[in-house]
Design a protein around this ligand. Sequence first.
Ligand code: PBG
Length: 362
Amino acid sequence: MHEKKGNDDKMLLKNSKDIQTAETGARLQYRPRRLRLNPALRGMVRETELNPRDFILPLFIRPGIKQKIEIRSMPGVFQWSSDLLAAEAEKIYAAGIPGVILFGIPSEKDAIGSENFSPDGVVHQAIRVLKNAVPDLVVMTDVCMCEYTDHGHCGVLNVGAPLPHPNLPEGYVLNDETLDILGKVVVSHAQAGADILAPSGMIDGMVGAIRQALDNHGFEHLPVLSYSVKYASGFYGPFRDAAESPPKFGDRKSHQMDPANAREALREVAIDIQEGADMLMVKPALPYLDILRSVRDRFPDYPLAAYNVSGEYSMIKAASANGWLDERTVTLEALTAIKRAGADFILTYHAMDAARWLSEGR
Ligand code: PBG
């Protein structure tokens, strides 16, 4: 083993005439630093460029009027009441950001999340205000049950005596029963004026079920952005504060993916494409750039989104508030990395700040 390594090293030296030092008097053949000499040169050879068009801003909607409540664990992110959204929509659109994704905090929660498919639900009102104020702003809705259920889970639960499914654990999120409700949810969002439906619950068959529900109600023109690859991640912690949606018991590991798995992500994507997904998503973003890259390579002809989640945002905010990181530098670096890894667009709470920094120039 040792001897072989020694030989390899010798070979390497013999073959590397180009790596000679100034001491030898020879010239270097390769000098990558030539192209880093000044900002203009660096700009010419830059491979990845962020643009406000790359961002989708998540918005949390709460009931009431004149409510703008900052989320403790996400400085700079607010829960909004719908009446304030018209002005906000103008600002977002003026910043060059093409769209938003809505999360609702309903006034009342129940076992099946009824407010998520009631025509006057908190998200439905918000959709109407936003589309009315800025018709060109793309309004996506997150399609899941967890913010709307009193138990905080993403679907209908296996509960009651006797259990509806005695062979499944008590409290298990029932798959096909949940699909029926997701169908009602998307139709109600579409009727309120949503432009894109984004199912996020990692329920098997969710893309096919909502595609069919949309088609059956004359919404065959509306695209589905599937949270195809969503991991059971600790990085959603601050979001659960923001959306008031932590599960009351247990966790989401029986539907969201195990962070240890990469090949499984490609299967999830393949199934979503078969079911009719128009666009794909990987979530979270930064700890899963390898997954983003492999989905981009394996399915190059589908638009791919990445969700730069709440915990990723809060880490940067907290470290910057302490003076440990420079917020602007690391935010733009993180977003560039997500795009470089293969994302066509990024759902990010940094959207407004990043758009402003980009317009000011680096
Ligand atoms: C589910 C949903 C979640 C997020 C987006 N959609 C929470 C979850 O799965 O627990 C997390 C987003 C974030 O952390 O920023 N409705």
